[in-house]
Write a protein that binds this ligand. Structure first.
Ligand code: C5P
Length: 252
């Protein structure tokens, strides 16, 4: 599939925004660069990891596909009134974003049981979770990202309520969007951050790397489980590419 930039993209903008410093942070698949007091540049690399980084690969074009999917989803959520850190995509694999203080919590929304909830409870895979479940995990690999309670989050000095409501809203909008592609949103992860004025934004990325998307008809995975289960770069890129194509068709 041809990876055309969003018509609003302008590679010249990337050259104007000079990345002067080494990465502020090098995450597992993204690097964050300082731009100025209010903005960062996030580069999506051609890497995929699973099982806490124990399984890795470098599928070509993966960075730009995830960046472009995230761009479409952030833009869509913004139109629905949800504040996100997305500002612009100056190149195919690089996103200009608001500089935020990231909340050290991963917020997971689940509509169907899969993954860790199946491993850690008596629920069986595929059980519909209604109403959707919002869970919180500490964002700290060295502690194994433990499940948090709302009370523990409050003890950490963080109010979980605003994240809870935004996560529920994002879920409704993502379900609406992906049902048009005949996909069920099984679960997804959100990260949040505050700007200098104390405004809360959805941060990080929203892509098949951080979601489970099952075909409504065949129940097949169209997300990172393809890599987790089968380790196939080609199948991963094909599935992610199809999602990008589908989202672009909806966006026009
Ligand atoms: O591992 P678990 O089943 O709890 O993951 C739920 C959802 O959150 C999955 O879609 C997974 O890809 C995503 N996730 C993530 N980053 C993490 C943990 C989970 O994107 N660190």
């Amino acid at each position: 599939m041809e990876l055309k930039a969003n018509p609003n993209n302008n590679p010249d903008k990337l050259h104007r925004i000079i990345i002067k410093h080494p990465a502020l942070t090098d995450g597992k698949v993204k690097s964050v660069y300082d731009v100025d007091a209010h903005r960062v540049m996030i580069k999506y690399r051609d890497e995929v990891t699973a099982f806490d980084g124990k399984k890795k690969s470098t599928p070509e074009t993966k960075g730009r596909i995830c960046c472009l999917i995230s761009e479409l989803l952030f833009t869509y959520l913004e139109k629905q009134g949800i504040k996100t850190h997305y500002i612009d995509c100056p190149s195919l694999d690089t996103m200009l974003c608001r500089k935020l203080t990231i909340v050290p919590i991963e917020v997971i929304v689940r509509n169907i049981a899969a993954g860790s909830i199946v491993k850690n409870t008596t629920l069986t895979e595929g059980t519909v979770i209604s109403p959707p479940l919002v869970e919180y995990f500490l964002k700290d690999d060295s502690k194994g990202d433990p499940l948090l309670t709302q009370d523990r989050i409050r003890l950490m000095g963080i109010d979980p309520e605003p994240m809870y409501h935004i996560a529920k809203d994002v879920n409704l909008h993502l379900q609406e969007m992906f049902s048009q592609l005949d996909l069920d949103v099984v679960d997804f992860k959100l990260e949040f951050g505050y700007d200098a004025d104390g405004e809360l934004y959805v941060a990080d990325e929203i892509s098949p790397d951080s979601m489970r998307l099952w075909g409504k008809k065949d129940g097949r995975s169209n997300d990172k489980d393809i890599f987790r289960k089968y380790g196939s770069d080609e199948a991963l890129i094909a599935a992610y590419g199809d999602i990008l194509k589908g989202l672009r068709q909806l966006a026009v």
